[in-house]
Design a protein around this ligand. Sequence first.
Ligand SMILES: [Cu+2]
Length: 65
Amino acid sequence: MIELKVPDMTCGHCASTITKAVKELDASAKVEVSLPEHRVRVDGKASKEDLVRSIAEAGYTPEAI
Ligand SMILES: [Cu+2]
């Protein structure tokens, strides 16, 4: 389980864009988004570095925590 903070993830559209960015790395990943906490939890094969890069490429600023 990898957990990232994404402060600029603020609505359902952001959540679905970020979920898509994660699934592009690992289609079978389990992605859990908490909008109030601005957190993304990923259960899958992608590394934290790759997740950060992919979410950043989607236009957000993820922080490893
Ligand atoms: Cu949004």
